[in-house]
Design a binder for this molecule. Structure first.
Ligand SMILES: [Zn+2]
Length: 260
């Protein structure tokens, strides 16, 4: 009887030691992702990726790679109402130094001039072209108005950031052959998204947003969210999404890291 009690106690001690160590390992592996040396490893890994020439005159919906690489993209749109940066999202990107591409519209750029200029200095943030006035139907514009939507925004962003935008995203995702051909003649590849995150809906909870992303994400995915205050759950969901992707060995790239 006495022996049984001793054995039982030994077993409990063994089990609690094992569980304790297991917990320790999990904690260590989580924090591992946030160290500076890991960031260097990620940087080195992405620098090995071979750049490809993006096709012109078509919509690009994924990255040309079989590797576990994804592009995290955000839209900074302003159409009818004044819009501002979502600081929960922006601060998280800066804190973790996450490579991201932000598609900015001209009105948004002018309204958020100082902040845009500041963040464009970070080498992990790329700013691209999302049209001047964010009119949601580029297909309804005549040629010169559409050219103006692209070039005028290019000028505004260049004035603020000192860099010329290289890629375009249609406001609302609407386009026709004419607008696509105009972008081709202006040497602008069009980058859209692999699946809609739906973060512009007030009905989507952070948990739902996270689940939708982890269910659909795969190698080469281009993820899309909003950083203009219209990504209602994005700020809360982003750390969950980011940690999931890191833990599953996805690497983050800006568009200019993968396209020429
Ligand atoms: Zn937009």
């Amino acid at each position: 009887m006495k022996n049984k009690i001793v054995l039982g106690l030994l077993f409990i001690i063994f089990l609690s030691t094992f569980l304790c160590c297991e917990k320790e390992t999990i904690n260590k592996s989580n924090s591992y992702y946030l160290t500076d040396s890991t960031k260097d490893i990620v940087k080195k890994d992405t620098s090995k990726i071979k750049k490809r020439k993006p096709p012109l005159g078509k919509i690009i919906e994924s990255l040309p790679t079989e590797e576990k690489v994804i592009a995290l993209t955000f839209d900074a749109c302003e159409y009818k109402k004044p819009s501002y940066f979502d600081y929960t999202i922006l601060n998280f990107i800066i804190k973790e130094k996450i490579p991201v591409t932000i598609f900015v519209s001209g009105r948004f750029a002018l309204r958020n001039k100082d902040e845009l200029s500041k963040i464009s200095k970070y080498e992990f943030i790329e700013i691209e072209n999302h049209s001047l006035s964010h009119f949601n139907h580029s297909e309804l514009l005549n040629e010169s108005d559409f050219v103006n939507e692209v070039k005028e925004n290019e000028n505004i962003i260049k004035e603020i950031t000192g860099k010329k935008t290289k890629y375009f995203r249609f406001p609302g995702g609407n386009y026709d052959n004419k607008s696509l051909n105009i972008l081709k003649s202006l040497n602008y590849p069009v980058i859209h998204w692999s699946f809609v995150s739906g973060d512009f809906s007030k009905k989507i909870t952070p948990r739902k947003l996270y689940e939708r992303v982890i269910k659909n994400v795969k190698s080469g995915s281009i993820l899309i969210f909003h950083i203009n205050g219209r990504g209602y759950s994005t700020g809360e969901a982003l750390p969950l999404i980011y940690n999931f992707l890191k833990e599953n060995n996805f690497k983050f790239v800006k568009l200019e890291d993968i396209f020429e």
